[in-house]
Design a protein around this ligand. Structure first.
Ligand SMILES: *Cc1c(COP(=O)(O)O)cnc(C)c1O
Length: 391
């Protein structure tokens, strides 16, 4: 255990602080100096680079994964009267976007080991109004896509993969976001590739992707961003009441360089992950399940489960202890039915989704950024061990 018990204020380890290189900084400055800050050639370039990384033809850059989810639901033609099944162990945006489209979210509990939506629970929630499935590859671990896709096929459901944690994820060699009809990615500051705020959509259908690009920029006809380009002013036509969801070149400038380091960062997080797993192996903490062969985990979150009975400390006291030790922590997530809005709107109760409820009440995410030094990692480990009564 480190001699220094607690990191001082200046060295507080911010949860999810991203690794930013000089290349991103230079590209942002060059973008600022160019006079073209908004959606333009760099956003188009980032789309092409991301599509190439995923082995697909096209992608649509947006200003968030939330926007991406919303537009996929709209592009799929979902709306009032339609039910969309998703997981209770996710960020609120997954559920909110279903609501924004006027559709009805339906929750299916998670598998206690993988923390991903349980295909058997999904099967029990199917009904005549079920139109779509939004699986979330939680923490970067792929959902069990074969049975989920089989359910979708048998019931004519659209599948929208929430890949906010899953840029590098693969399921049996298939890249996350290319298995369902749509894949939505996030480049929020804590995610594996960052642009500040940002998102990306992959779609099986080129027509859908084109629709999403139009809806993401006010509903203006294709490539309307070129209206101020050097080819001269171009008239555009509004073909839909669209949204202001476009990604700026200023954001793409960061993403282009982040994406070039995506594999190096993944390697770094994997090595931190392994160090954590070795360090906590003998403790009473619950640790992430091993990654089955043939799959690729994106190592987005390292989650520990603090069961007060076993650990001798409550989860919330553990969170306070980590913060007091100078280590930023997260909770991913209090289950969706714990939140008052959803209780009031849908009558959901946490105890009806017991696996997600238990995980949500025990889970703590510890830092897992590629930015962490070996010393940071050892500080995190020392703080975790000090938080447990017997260590
Ligand atoms: C971060 C996140 C989102 C939202 O992404 P934004 O880019 O912040 O809109 C959606 N779903 C999950 C599971 C997330 O973690």
């Amino acid at each position: 255990m480190g001699a220094e018990a607690t990191r001082d204020k200046e060295r507080f380890l911010t949860f999810g602080a991203p690794a930013i290189g000089e290349a991103e900084i230079d590209e942002v400055l060059a973008t600022l100096r160019s006079g073209w800050l908004g959606t333009g050639p760099k956003a188009a370039r980032f789309e092409q680079d991301f599509a190439a990384y995923k082995g697909v033809e096209n992608a649509a850059a947006l200003n968030s994964c939330t926007a991406a989810l919303h537009l996929c639901i709209l592009a799929a033609g979902l709306g009032p009267g339609d039910e969309v099944i998703t997981t209770p162990l996710t960020f609120c945006a997954t559920v909110n976007t279903i609501i924004h489209a006027g559709a009805t979210p339906v929750l299916a509990d998670v598998d206690p080991l993988t923390m991903n939506i349980d295909p058997e629970a999904v099967a029990k929630k199917l009904g005549p109004r079920t139109k779509a499935l939004v699986p979330v590859h939680f923490a970067g671990r792929p959902c069990d896509m074969d049975p989920l896709m089989a359910i979708a096929r048998d019931n004519g459901l659209v599948v929208i993969e929430d890949c906010a944690h899953a840029i590098e994820t693969e399921y049996k060699g298939c890249k996350a976001g290319t298995i369902g009809d749509y894949g939505c990615f996030s480049f929020y500051v804590t995610k594996n590739v960052v642009t500040g705020e940002g998102g990306m959509v992959l779609a099986r259908s080129d027509a859908d992707l084109a629709k999403i690009k139009v809806l993401g920029l006010h509903g203006m006809s294709h490539d309307a961003w070129k209206r101020y380009g050097d080819e001269g002013y171009k008239h555009y036509h509004c073909v839909a009441a669209g949204f202001k969801y476009n990604m700026m070149d200023l954001q793409a400038a960061i993403g282009i360089h982040q994406l070039r380091r995506v594999e190096a960062y993944w390697e770094r997080r994997r090595s931190i992950w392994r160090r954590y797993s070795e360090a906590f192996d003998e403790t009473p903490l619950g640790m992430p399940a091993a990654v089955p062969a043939g799959h690729r985990h994106a190592y987005h979150l390292y989650t520990l489960l603090v069961d007060e009975e076993k650990a001798g400390i409550s989860r919330d006291d553990f969170l306070r202890h980590m913060t007091a030790s100078g280590i930023g922590v997260g909770v991913h997530y209090l289950s969706i039915p714990e939140h008052p809005y959803y209780q009031a709107s849908f009558g959901w109760r946490p105890e009806d989704y017991p696996q997600a409820m238990r995980i949500g009440r025990q889970t703590v995410s510890i830092p897992l950024s590629a930015r962490l030094s070996d010393e940071d990692v050892e500080d995190v480990i020392a703080a975790v061990l000090r938080g447990l009564r017997r260590y």
